[in-house]
Design a protein around this ligand. Structure first.
Ligand SMILES: Nc1ccn([C@@H]2O[C@H](COP(=O)(O)OP(=O)(O)OP(=O)(O)O)[C@@H](O)[C@H]2O)c(=O)n1
Ligand SMILES: C[C@](O)(CO)[C@H](O)COP(=O)(O)O
Length: 231
């Protein structure tokens, strides 16, 4: 089985603002995406890396690969409008290969640990679909369009989704094939696609950690520097 890390970096970082997409902002002296790429580069269970990026930023990625002496990157592909379009670009790129698992990771989660990657690979190696998640200390409200609470799900059964999310190739490909026939298809992550369109497939949770944050808003950069100092 070939384990391919897919680094999703095709977003523009609207919530962060600024002209440079947030994955290129510097934390601890390195672009955020470089931390993410290096985490998978140094993991011995990862065979190959595929980077999804807007075509305007391919040169920036190539510079980072040289700077970080990255050897495992086999594809740098243009992303799409939505995160799911970017996932699909990777799925299409591996169509002709057999025995592949795709391990999707947000480029903007730079503090992914080696333990989490190893635990994900351990599960996906057994043919399972895997999501990384952590428990929630907050109670979560489900609301409606009028901003009214409609339910308060039992908190000990709720988890906050992180990445990586990993699937054997056939599972993720089948789920997206069905999803693409749905005119109302929208997704904020890949597990949601598998759960909705391939409901017979179980997705198992691997415990994440609080430092595996997604850099989304400006204040996350401050938290990111704190996490780096603690490491
Ligand atoms: N069309 C897209 C949108 C997002 N992503 C990637 O998915 C990850 C998580 O997305 P998010 O944090 O939402 O990033 P952005 O879409 O860039 O941010 P925003 O939603 O604030 O615009 C990021 O690494 C982002 O680059 C992607 O590959 N392709
Ligand atoms: C995949 C994800 O990071 C899990 O929490 C999240 O759904 C990505 O959402 P975004 O809106 O693309 O940041």
């Amino acid at each position: 089985m070939k384990n391919v890390a897919v680094i999703l970096a095709g977003g523009s970082g609207r919530r962060m603002g600024g002209s440079l997409p947030k994955q290129f902002l510097v934390l601890g002296g390195k672009p955020i995406i470089q931390h993410s790429i290096e985490a998978f580069e140094k993991n011995t269970n990862i065979d190959e890396i595929c980077i999804i990026i807007h075509s305007d930023f391919i040169q920036e990625i190539e510079n980072i690969l040289i700077e970080g002496q990255i050897q495992k990157v086999k594809h740098i592909l243009p992303g799409g409008k939505e995160r799911s379009d970017s996932s699909l670009a990777a799925i299409n790129a591996y169509q002709k290969e057999s025995n592949v698992s795709l391990i999707f990771h947000d480029a903007v989660r730079p503090f992914i640990s080696q333990d989490i990657i190893n635990n994900v690979i351990q599960e996906v190696k057994d043919g399972k679909s895997v999501a990384v998640a952590i428990s929630t200390v907050d109670t979560i409200f489900q609301i409606n369009e009028k901003n009214q609470i409609v339910s308060v799900p039992q908190r000990n059964l709720l988890r906050r989704a992180q990445t990586p999310q990993a699937f054997s190739y056939n599972v993720i490909k089948s789920a997206y094939d069905i999803a693409l026939n749905d005119p109302h298809f929208v997704a904020t992550d890949d597990c949601g696609v598998v759960l909705k369109y391939l409901p017979s497939e179980s997705i198992f949770i691997v415990e994440g950690d609080e430092s595996n944050i997604k850099i989304t808003f400006e204040q996350d950069l401050v938290q990111g520097e704190i996490i780096l100092k603690e490491k």
